[in-house]
Unconditional design. Structure first.
Length: 166
């Protein structure tokens, strides 16, 4: 009896783990790579990337994104979920995340041409490009925006020294 319960628990655990891992994304194909999986493109300071999706019937781009440095674009195509059965039968879902994010919800969507009529163009922009400073860095004293004038390369007057305690 105990053995049967252990076997069922193991089977249920493995099934749940495989369902959870199926939503993983990665630039090299994630857990189970195949051509139908999501696509992930990373953009770094020295290799900033622009992704364009082109409708090959008209050679017109229907989506273009300059991925900011330090971010990744993750996208997936869902067949048959578009708003027009001929022109845009599929739906693309995508999100922009920090580099290294492998799981998450793709929160943006766009209807798109069918599989045989779309092309992904990958362009490397001229670098380097710098990452945006995180919001929590705004309060740092050593940040470039909060430096006193005398502490910058341009220089400035030194502050008057504090009076000693009397």
């Amino acid at each position: 009896m105990t053995r049967m319960i252990t076997t069922r628990a193991t089977t249920i655990s493995l099934a749940a783990a495989s369902l959870l891992l199926a939503g993983c994304y990665g630039p090299r194909g994630a857990i189970y790579p195949y051509s139908g999986n999501g696509y992930t493109y990373e953009s770094s300071e020295m290799r900033p990337v622009t992704i364009s999706l082109v409708d090959t019937r008209t050679e017109e781009p229907f989506f273009k994104l300059e991925i900011p440095a330090g971010k990744q674009l993750t996208m997936n195509f869902i067949e048959g979920e578009g708003d027009d059965p001929v022109e845009r039968p599929d739906r693309m879902v995508y999100s922009i995340w920090d580099i290294g994010t492998s799981t998450g919800r793709l929160t943006n969507q766009l209807t798109c041409p069918p599989t045989g009529c779309r092309r992904i163009d990958y362009l490397v922009r001229t670098g380097p490009e710098w990452r945006e400073e995180p919001a929590e860095y705004g309060d740092r004293y050593d940040g470039m925006t909060k430096r006193p004038s005398w502490w910058t390369p341009q220089g400035g007057e030194l502050p008057t020294p504090a009076k000693p305690y009397e």
